[in-house]
Design a protein around this ligand. Structure first.
Ligand SMILES: [Zn+2]
Ligand SMILES: [Zn+2]
Length: 342
């Protein structure tokens, strides 16, 4: 693929250069994180999924919580149905009304959502945020979810894993970004949207931003490495890299003085996004492998086994399932408070 780009660049005509670059730009290495982000890496989709995890099912509920316009909400729900994450079920005949349920595939994003919570809680703790006060019903303690290796039970970090090609390895067409311009989040925030989602949405809700973050975990540091991996236009890449630096995920480090050259390295806060990337990869491997098996296999270096991540409780160390996650009594009391004090 590098050769195609090289040949195209050598051409004198600007037009053919652009055409050549465009053809080459349509192929990227297959990977499950990219596939997952192609589906959920959209601000509105993330909001809908968040509401679905909080129990919303009806159109009006989604609309109330997200503040989305009808047509936009209808469009995103339709896409989620098509992608297989949501299933519609008739609950009333006249007029016809449908409830939107998470499918098994949609519900399987739960651990990824919990990794967002863990990251937010670690770096931007807010005692008033309900999701930062969840309780593990088995040990009864307030907990933060961890991701551990299913074999050796050690906590997984980006530094402890290595990648090898899996049976589904190859090249595939890259999807064009839904919107080229990075959208501003706050101005369009739904009235009832919890503030905790702001940062996750900044990170994942713009497709190119999320792909830049994911690429950093694939070891890409230099501008041209990101460009080769993502096939993204220079101006868009510059803008996204600057944004990811602003968010504190990457830092720009000078690695050479004459001429000045910079590379982008994951900060500690950036490294902490790894469990989320890992969960997206697991999800993509399970649901989006097109029957070919995972494109990549992660090996956990401490135990040398293929990595199967498991969500665990940081207090008791045991596996946590969605039905073992409880809201804390305080937040339940607060929710009931208005009735109690009447
Ligand atoms: Zn292990
Ligand atoms: Zn526990």
């Amino acid at each position: 693929m590098g050769k195609t780009v090289g040949t195209a660049r050598a051409r004198a005509s600007g037009a053919s250069q652009r055409r050549g670059a465009k053809r080459a730009s349509q192929l990227v290495r297959t990977n499950s994180v990219t596939r997952a982000l192609n589906i959920i890496g959209d601000r509105w989709t993330l909001l809908i999924l968040y509401c679905a995890f909080m129990g919303s099912q009806r159109f009006a509920e989604f609309q109330r919580t997200t503040g989305m316009a009808r047509s936009l909400l209808a469009d995103r729900l339709k896409r989620l149905v098509k992608a297989g994450l949501i299933r519609r079920q008739l609950y009333q005949r006249r007029p016809a009304r449908y409830a939107n349920h998470l499918t098994e595939m949609g519900a399987d994003l739960y651990d990824a959502a919990m990794m967002i919570v863990a990251w937010e809680k670690h770096w931007h703790f807010d005692a008033k945020t309900e999701a930062h006060n969840l309780r593990h019903s088995v040990c009864g303690k307030k907990f933060t979810p961890d991701l551990r290796c299913s074999h050796c039970k050690k906590i997984v970090t980006a530094r402890d894993v290595t990648l090898k090609e899996g049976p589904g390895a190859g090249l595939e067409r890259r999807l064009g970004p839904r919107a080229q311009r990075r959208s501003t989040v706050k101005s369009q925030r739904g009235a009832n949207q919890p503030p905790m989602l702001d940062r996750a949405i900044e990170l994942l809700g713009d497709r190119w931003t999320s792909h830049v973050v994911a690429a950093a975990f694939y070891g890409h540091r230099r501008f041209n490495e990101f460009q080769d991996a993502l096939r993204i236009a220079s101006n868009l890449l510059s803008e996204r890299l600057a944004r990811v630096v602003e968010l504190g995920i990457l830092e720009k480090v000078k690695y050479q003085s004459r001429p000045a050259r910079f590379e982008y390295r994951l900060t500690d806060c950036g490294h902490d996004v790894f469990p989320l990337i890992l969960e997206l990869m697991r999800w993509g491997d399970r649901w989006l492998d097109k029957g070919k098996g995972p494109p990549e296999i992660l090996v956990h270096l401490p135990c040398k086994r293929p990595l199967g991540p498991v969500m665990t409780c940081d207090k008791c160390g045991e596996k946590v399932t969605p039905d073992e996650v409880e809201r804390s009594p305080e937040s339940r009391r607060k929710a009931a408070g208005s009735h109690l004090h009447k």
